[in-house]
Ligand binder design. Structure first.
Ligand SMILES: NC(=O)c1ccc[n+]([C@@H]2O[C@H](COP(=O)([O-])OP(=O)(O)OC[C@H]3O[C@@H](n4cnc5c(N)ncnc54)[C@H](OP(=O)(O)O)[C@@H]3O)[C@@H](O)[C@H]2O)c1
Length: 258
């Protein structure tokens, strides 16, 4: 199966690098297009991929097209490639906000899927949320492809936007928290390198522990916050400064209808 990646910004390049990693069976069947020739040539010179000269050429060559262009450009790009699509071409959009129905209105394709990946697909440890209007056999093919980049979670389209905040946006939120923890550690004498190393390792080990123990975050918090101890004092300070409310407001800012 030839996979075409259209758009090589942050997400397009993360998907490309994930597929190229040694153990991906799709690493020799990749075609790429982005309208910036310098970026396209840069990738083509570094990686064993086939660069093409237009979105339409990509559509003509590929069995599966991944649209990794900015969300406002998705429908225009679909309209551009429509004449070159084969009836069986699988189309996957990784953009938020543009619905399967809107994609259908432009393409009349029976093979439309939305996948919201997160940036760790670059290291094959991503999470990809999947909503599809295609039939089961094609959903399985697409799931197989994206499973090489991490875990794929099917989700009804009406839950995709909020789900994608939790998986797609939250790496930036966690990064902010890790950076803030490290800043505090530097304030109290750790070197910047030590602070980042410890904060990152703790974030990973916390996620692993929650998954392995199958416990709620609140149970974990209670295990760590001993009566009268240091952790509960830190939690009280975080709440006094509105941590929980800040996070909920972040979701309001993204998810509330404008
Ligand atoms: N970044 C993430 O973590 C993340 C997570 C989940 C989903 N996504 C989705 O991934 C998509 C890309 O996001 P990104 O973060 O990679 O953005 P980005 O870094 O800004 O890259 C956007 C890409 O789209 C291309 N593009 C924009 N308009 C185009 C057009 N009319 N025709 C052809 N190409 C066009 C850009 O090409 P030029 O360089 O020529 O402008 C660039 O390659 C978005 O739909 C976003 O919702 C991103």
């Amino acid at each position: 199966m030839t996979i075409g990646i259209l758009g090589l910004g942050h997400m397009g390049s993360a998907l490309l690098e994930g597929f190229l990693n040694a153990d991906s069976p799709y690493s020799h069947e990749l075609a790429i297009y982005t309208r910036n020739a310098e970026i396209l040539d840069g990738y083509a010179s570094r990686y064993p991929v086939t660069p093409v000269q237009s979105a339409s050429e990509l559509a003509e060559k590929c069995d599966l097209i991944i649209l990794a262009v900015s969300a406002p450009a998705i429908l225009a790009v679909l309209a551009e490639i429509k004449p070159m699509l084969k009836p069986e071409t699988l189309i996957v959009s990784v953009g938020s906000k543009v619905t399967l129905q809107q994609m259908y209105d432009v393409t009349q394709s029976a093979h439309l899927t939305r996948i919201i990946p997160n940036i760790p697909v670059r290291t094959n440890s991503g999470i990809s949320l999947l909503s599809s209007a295609d039939h089961e056999a094609n959903i399985q093919k697409i799931t197989d492809v994206f499973s090489t980049l991490g875990t794929v979670y099917p989700i009804p389209e009406e839950k995709l936007e909020v789900g994608s905040v939790i998986t797609g946006c939250s790496p930036a939120f966690y990064a902010l928290f890790i950076e803030a923890l490290a800043d505090g550690a530097v304030k109290y004498g750790l070197s910047r390198e030590e602070a980042y190393a410890l904060a990152i390792a703790s974030a990973s080990s916390t996620g692993d522990y929650l998954s392995a123990q199958q416990i709620t975050p609140s149970t974990l918090k209670d295990q760590v916050a001993s009566p009268g101890g240091t952790t509960i004092k830190g939690i009280a300070a975080l709440e006094e400064h509105g941590l929980r409310n800040s996070v909920i407001q972040a979701l309001d800012a993204i998810c509330k209808p404008q």
